[in-house]
Design a protein around this ligand. Structure first.
Ligand SMILES: *Cc1c(COP(=O)(O)O)cnc(C)c1O
Length: 397
């Protein structure tokens, strides 16, 4: 294959979306050039972050913004900023002394795991999570009662990982928090919409630079100027270990600029064409029900859900997913909900020619069932495979 990764690494076909474990996303040439161009220079980092702020403001409509190491870092810094304000002494005292306002209100149904528990990105600061409601129901009165004077901020998570019903919508959440004079932080790590959460009432919003934006590993924090400045000040405290380099800031600025001029409509049309290729490949195969489904948080992105009738096929969705992962190159599908009998194929991170390879592999595996003989079902895969990778890594062989 002409386009192989460096360092002898195996090429991978990513049909799963923006996954940290696969290197998140592919950066456009302009973005790669921007990271390389700054590497040979000394720069004033505050000036570079001011330049980042300009791009963030232009794209989000926020008052100000800055870049950090990741969205996860952005959450910790934003929470910490809401606790310390512009007091450098209090910044250095974290996490041991979180101060008088150290509770963070989050709906229980939003306490998700995105590769690490979101509660930990809050607690790293010394804050305490105050979960509100039950997993599938949070009422306005529960939320209102939780917004007491010890609360530093209320965190709202937009994600396919969170419970999708029974939760207070963002606008209402912000109204209630603001009535108690409490700022709202929105984790929008994996969202396309760079303006809507701020206009719905977020005081700070956080994006991953390396997910849909297609930038280098980075996090974008945008919002109210006073809170952005207080979050930025954390770089002299807990933020030190979350430092973002000049190359990532320059790359993330380029990613925002590329985003502003990207042919979103053309990309969507191409993705739809890919979904239709896969749909045609799978239609008429007994035991397989393909269906185009919308993104659960409203990103302008559809995926192909592939429902597998294990009785008819002799293998379940997890078995077929592992058979795909054993192809050359490995095809990695989206398997978050695999115990429900399906996986999804995501068209947003494919390289040239990948869609056809996925279609051919599906056709071969599903028409010559001998290829599936001996493929084991592993329903614990989606839940445990990420941690297994960490536990296996570095073992003596
Ligand atoms: C991916 C993700 C994160 C973490 O993003 P990083 O930039 O990889 O740290 C946080 N929250 C949500 C909802 C995510 O999807």
């Amino acid at each position: 294959m002409a386009d192989t990764p460096p360092l002898g690494l195996t090429p991978i076909i990513n049909a799963s979306g923006t996954m940290t474990g696969l290197g998140a996303s592919i950066a456009a040439p302009k973005i790669r050039d921007a990271t390389a161009a700054i590497m040979g220079h000394f720069v004033n980092m505050h000036a570079l972050q001011s330049r980042a702020s300009e791009s963030i403001v232009r794209l989000t409509g926020a008052e100000a913004g800055f870049m950090t190491a990741s969205a996860s870092a952005g959450i910790s810094l934003s929470i910490a900023g809401c606790m310390t304000g512009m007091d450098p002494g209090r910044v250095e005292a974290l996490p041991q002394d979180p101060g008088p306002k150290s509770k963070i209100v989050v709906q229980l149904g939003h306490l998700c795991h995105y590769g690490a528990p979101i509660s930990q990105s809050i607690e790293l600061t010394g804050a305490t999570v105050r979960p509100v409601g039950q997993s599938t129901l949070c009422t306005d009165h529960s939320l209102r009662a939780s917004l007491t004077s010890e609360v530093a901020a209320a965190l709202y998570v937009i994600s396919h990982h969170v419970v999708h019903y029974g939760q207070v919508p963002l606008k209402r959440f912000a109204e209630l928090a603001h009535a108690a004079d409490i700022p709202v932080i929105v984790d929008a790590a994996s969202e396309y919409d760079l303006r809507g959460f701020l206009s719905d009432g977020a005081d700070l919003v956080i994006y991953s630079g390396h997910k849909f934006l297609g930038g280098p590993t980075s996090g974008v924090v945008a919002g109210r100027r006073d809170l952005v400045r207080a979050a930025y000040l954390q770089n002299t405290g807990i933020g030190r270990g979350m430092k973002v380099g000049k190359e990532s800031i320059a790359g993330a600025i380029a990613a925002l600029e590329v985003w502003a001029t990207r042919d979103h409509k053309g990309i969507r049309e191409h993705e739809t064409a890919v979904l239709n290729i896969w749909m045609r490949t799978l239609s008429g195969i007994d035991g397989v029900t393909p269906r185009i489904v919308a993104d659960p948080t409203g990103n302008p992105l559809d995926r192909l859900e592939v429902q597998i009738d294990a009785k008819q096929l002799g293998v379940d969705a997890s078995g077929l997913a592992s058979a795909l992962a054993r192809q050359t190159p490995p095809i990695i599908v989206r398997d978050h909900e695999i115990e429900l009998g399906y996986f999804q194929l995501d068209p947003c991170n494919l390289k040239e020619g990948d869609a056809e390879i996925v279609a051919d592999s599906l056709r071969t595996l599903l028409t010559d069932r001998s290829q599936l003989a001996g493929v084991a079902s592993d329903l614990s895969m989606a839940r445990n495979s990420a941690i297994d990778g960490y536990l296996q890594w570095g073992r003596e062989t």
